[in-house]
Design a protein around this ligand. Structure first.
Ligand SMILES: [Zn+2]
Ligand SMILES: [Zn+2]
Length: 334
């Protein structure tokens, strides 16, 4: 099979021919129809993930069809439409797994990092990593929903926000353009925040009721003028942007971070105490959350905005993603 492989840290994707992998007892072979390119693929390309072994085929936004099943697999047949996201499997016996908290599994694997992922014609994944793809979704649209989609959908649905509450989404990019759509379809009063006026038209098209240009206005004051946010979903990987919106939270307001930044935020206890505000992070979800994301997306007619490229053009496609040129997610089609 054809695959695009990283052979050394910092190197380009190399087109290689690999043997078609055989599924083990509890594994399924998936014929890949589409695989999204995610910013986290840089962990492989730049060799930044601690336990990473090279060479590796990256890709954790995989949509395709079951091609073969291991002897112990239950409930999947060749031809079934399935997806695999970041959460690539769990051990079933650690403390987190015993609690059913699979995303926090101590021995969790990551598709495209712990084992070869979707930048290929086939991959093999354990059956607990599979989500079913509804008929209404194209493979190319389903792929980014398995990482960018689940992250925003699952973060939002696990907050305390109720229909009608003010929910702000900061950043109108790969994550944010989906977060705005989910927030709108979940029934919230949606405010989009972005630097500059350029994204306003798109944000409103995606479902935002209001728009705050964070260069022209103080975002915290602008959110307070709207009543204070019950939830702010921070999709921009910027500690500075996150710090600037804390005072825009209303009573019991939650700032939920999904844009991965290494920089420390600056916030005082007093900013949080009196209004009972909190700051938290959210890590995508497991395959069951992926399936909920796909089902809700089909039900509410939510799709990502994508650019598609053939598998062989992974280097060019990755460049579109990493330089922020893509609008908004990049998908490879083997
Ligand atoms: Zn991802
Ligand atoms: Zn576990």
């Amino acid at each position: 099979m054809k695959a695009m492989q990283i052979q050394e840290a910092g190197g380009d994707f190399q087109a290689v021919e690999l043997p078609i992998p055989e599924p083990g007892l509890n594994e399924v072979r998936v014929a890949v129809e589409a695989c999204g390119i995610c910013h986290s693929d840089a962990f492989v390309k730049e060799g930044l993930w601690p336990e990473l072994e090279l060479p590796r085929v990256p890709g954790h936004e995989v949509a395709g069809r079951v091609d073969a099943v291991g002897d112990a697999v239950v409930g999947y047949e060749p031809g079934d439409r399935v997806g695999v996201g970041w959460h690539g499997g769990h051990c079933f016996h650690c403390e987190a797994c015993r609690d059913g908290d699979f995303i926090a599994c101590e021995n969790a694997t990551v598709c495209g990092i712990s084992y070869d992922g979707g930048y290929a014609e086939y991959l093999v994944a354990p059956q607990e990593a599979l989500a079913r793809i509804p008929d209404a979704l194209d493979a190319a649209d389903a792929a980014p929903l398995l990482c960018a989609g689940i992250t925003t959908y699952n973060a939002l649905r696990n907050t305390g926000a109720q229909p009608g509450d003010l929910v702000a989404v900061e950043g109108v990019g790969g994550l944010g353009h989906l977060g705005i759509q989910y927030a709108r379809r979940m029934g919230f009063h949606v405010v989009a925040l972005s630097r500059g006026p350029d994204k306003e038209e798109l944000a409103r098209e995606l479902g935002a009721h209001d728009y705050i240009d964070t260069r022209a206005q103080n975002p915290a004051e602008a959110l307070q003028a709207l009543g204070g946010a019950r939830v702010i979903l921070e999709t921009a990987p910027s500690a500075e942007a996150a710090t600037a919106v804390v005072d825009g939270l209303g009573r019991s307001g939650e700032l939920v971070l999904v844009g991965a930044s290494q920089e420390p935020m600056q916030v005082s206890a007093m900013q949080l105490i009196m209004a009972r505000r909190s700051i938290s992070g959210w890590p995508s979800g497991d395959a069951s959350d992926s399936q909920d994301t796909l089902d809700f997306s089909a039900l509410a007619d939510i799709t990502p905005r994508i650019e598609t490229y053939p598998l062989e053009e992974a280097n060019e496609a990755y460049e579109r993603m990493i330089t922020n040129a893509a609008r908004f997610r990049v998908v490879l089609e083997p």
